[in-house]
Design a protein around this ligand. Structure first.
Ligand code: PA5
Length: 424
């Protein structure tokens, strides 16, 4: 389902073997499986994939069908784990330029920053459309999301007599301002399981409702995650553990930064989700690789210089798909004035493949260890598998580093300083 190519890592590590996992990774894997490590009350993401909740999936599918018929736009309000997963999956699995007359609502995101200009322009754009809102916050108190919701709520109430029926609240079973609002307005509610942390919540209603609303097959997504769950827990070694192992070895060899590089634009938002998953899970107690995502070949014309020639502290992970979907063939030109006939009659995919292989080799030669994660294709099943692949890898990586991968104490500090300045 997901294949790891570590050819370009091997030259950088003397005692690395993909079949012989380091002790720390084996121990961490066993800790995740036993469920008795730090933060183990946040291992619910494993259960979601192990035994998907069929009733919930059916309920979300039915709800999504209603949105398909009633909504022009679904406005999702959320930040961090309450938004990045849905965006990643939707961007990966929906057309770049959807037909205007398609029967799924356009999904928009807000509440993930504090820009008044963004929200104002978004609401102006939505004016006159049949808008539904999904406000998503596990705590129900996150400033960015709560603020956007106050503005959007008022905007909805001014435009729709049935505004309360158009608002869906996805939050914890109890507590938080969002539950108070939900009770007062009788909004439809989806519950975020208490044992699933924000960045691990894409396969809960946090991600599933927006993803289903966008017309994506959430059953196939869940099936992919389940298959990967069974694989990583049933076969050792497996690619998820090997990925964790090589990151661990490279970190200890002095590579402090991991760059996740995509060549297919549809996969770029997976990089945003991955950044949060790894950054918030590992980056604590002065430990962890700094995760950064790039889009190639665009970023080869900017960050490519640093990758090739800057500080030698970077490892790179390419995220590729064997079958990237639709393609174009490069036409032949008789005059060949642009000198491109050397790629004529070949699919654009061949150019991408050349760019990928060339980059992997050049970066190896330049001192950047790199590995490749190969998806079969860009389908709901493969994306579901990838989600679980990374979730397991980061849980294992966190334990191997000796941190609790399921908390994020550092995020509170900016909030404290911000609230103080705002007079809360
Ligand atoms: O991973 C996490 O827990 C965080 O990134 C949260 O998802 C993010 O801070 C949003 O929190 P909430 O859903 O409570 O609004």
């Amino acid at each position: 389902m997901i294949r790891l190519d570590d050819t370009h890592v091997r030259p950088f590590l003397d005692d690395y073997s993909s079949s012989d996992l380091p002790e720390a990774i084996q121990t961490a894997h066993a800790t995740v499986q036993r469920g008795d490590g730090p933060g183990s009350d946040f291992l619910g993401w494993r259960t979601l994939a192990e035994s998907p909740n069929e009733d919930l999936i059916s309920e979300i599918e039915t709800h999504a069908e209603r949105l398909h018929s009633d909504a022009d736009a679904l406005l999702c309000l959320g930040i961090g784990g309450s938004y990045l997963g849905a965006k990643a999956v939707i961007d990966a699995l929906t057309p770049y330029f959807p037909a205007g007359d398609n029967d799924t609502p356009d999904v928009y995101f807000a509440g993930h920053q504090t820009s008044g200009a963004y929200l104002k322009q978004l609401l102006a754009h939505l004016d006159g459309q049949s808008v539904f809102v999904n406000v998503i916050s596990k705590s129900g108190t996150t400033l960015e999301t709560a603020l956007a919701f106050r503005i959007v709520r008022q905007w909805m109430e001014e435009r729709f007599d049935d505004a309360d029926d158009r608002i869906i609240a996805t939050t914890s079973p109890e507590g938080g301002a969002l539950n108070a609002l939900r009770e007062d307005h009788a909004y439809t509610r989806y519950v975020i399981p208490p044992d699933v942390g924000g960045r691990f919540s894409v396969l809960t209603p946090v991600g599933l409702l927006p993803i289903a609303a966008a017309g994506i097959d959430i059953r196939a997504l869940m099936n992919g995650a389940s298959e990967m769950h069974d694989h990583v827990n049933g076969t050792t070694p497996n690619a998820s553990l090997q990925y964790a192992a090589l990151r661990y070895a490279l970190l200890h060899a002095g590579y402090d930064v991991e760059v996740l590089a995509t060549f297919e634009p549809s996969l770029a938002s997976i990089g945003g989700w991955w950044q949060q998953l790894f950054g918030e899970s590992e980056g604590k107690d002065g430990k962890g690789l700094f995760p950064a995502s790039v889009e190639y070949t665009t970023d080869l014309h900017s960050l490519g210089q640093y990758m090739q020639d800057g500080q030698r502290i970077v490892m790179e992970t390419f995220l590729m798909a064997e079958d990237a979907g639709e393609d174009l063939t490069v036409p032949t030109s008789e005059a060949d004035l642009d000198g491109l006939n050397y790629v004529a009659d070949r699919p654009m995919r061949a150019v991408t493949q050349g760019a990928y292989e060339g980059t992997a080799q050049a970066h190896t030669d330049g001192g950047v260890p790199n590995c490749t994660l190969w998806l079969d294709d860009i389908s709901p099943r493969s994306v579901g598998a990838l989600i679980y692949f990374f979730e397991h890898a980061v849980a294992v990586s966190g334990y191997a580093l000796g941190v609790n991968p399921f908390n994020q104490p550092g995020v509170e500090d900016y909030k404290r300083e911000m609230y103080q300045r705002l007079g809360r």
